[in-house]
Design a protein around this ligand. Structure first.
Ligand code: SAM
Length: 215
């Protein structure tokens, strides 16, 4: 894995594109500048790594579009030391960005080959994330509560169990809709009884599977 001047230049260009599209969070932009996205691609697809596009990673799954990663990461307002649960490790890129932002990352993936590959890559990159294989649609109850939860696959509803696993003041960012198109929701848990739900626009994700996803 080599991170050369060409790749660094392409990342600078990608960051400018994200700024033009309205991403303002400096810490998120810096993390995108610092993490070599091409490490998460097979060599033959290197040229695609710095386009602002989602891309297939095998097993009918995708690495999210950089803009989507930037929006979800910004909505989480990560503070160093935040305990963050990601559902849908995929390539591991979003987990790497969260780790770079100083979060203590817990990431769950349901497809074994993707889990294995992402775990090995993050270890090689010396990025710290605790990786789990299994259905993440019900969260990780034994390791809860979390400061923040991010879901990177589209579900039919907001899983109650994820709200339960948030600390008071915690934030859940999740795309919810049908199998084709979803709305990006940010849910802030003000107290056990009060949730604030914001809508941050239309996105397209692969489906969240599992018990609280699309069965
Ligand atoms: N965050 C990823 C990245 O940075 O590459 C992109 C995620 S990809 C759009 C969605 C991922 O969610 C897929 O890898 C899929 O297998 C996974 N997934 C879907 N349903 C899941 C579930 N119930 N539990 C865990 N992972 C799930």
């Amino acid at each position: 894995m080599i991170d050369d001047y060409r790749a660094k230049g392409l990342r600078k260009k990608l960051v400018r594109t994200l700024q033009e599209k309205g991403i303002k969070d400096e810490a998120v932009l810096k993390a995108i500048l610092d993490i070599p996205r091409h490490f998460f691609f097979d060599d033959i697809f290197l040229d695609h790594a710095y386009e602002d596009k989602a891309f297939p990673i095998g097993n009918e799954q995708t690495i999210s579009q950089p803009y989507t990663v930037a929006v979800q990461s910004s909505l989480l307002s990560i503070k160093p030391g935040d305990k963050v649960l990601e559902i849908g490790t995929g390539s591991g890129y979003q987990a790497a960005i969260l780790s770079k932002l100083g979060a203590e990352v817990y990431s769950v993936e349901v497809i074994k080959p993707l889990f294995m590959k992402a775990r090995m890559l993050l270890t090689d990159m010396r990025l710290h994330a605790k990786m789990f294989l299994g259905d993440g649609s019900k969260g990780l109850p034994n390791l809860a509560p979390f400061d923040k939860i991010i879901v990177t696959a589209g579900g039919p509803k907001v899983p109650e169990l994820l709200i339960d696993q948030l600390k008071t003041g915690g934030i859940l960012v999740i795309p919810v809709g049908d199998k084709q198109v979803q709305r990006m929701l940010r849910i802030i848990k003000k107290s056990d009884k009060e949730l604030i739900t914001e809508d941050h626009g239309t996105f397209r994700f692969v489906p969240l599977t599992g018990g609280d996803g699309w069965r």
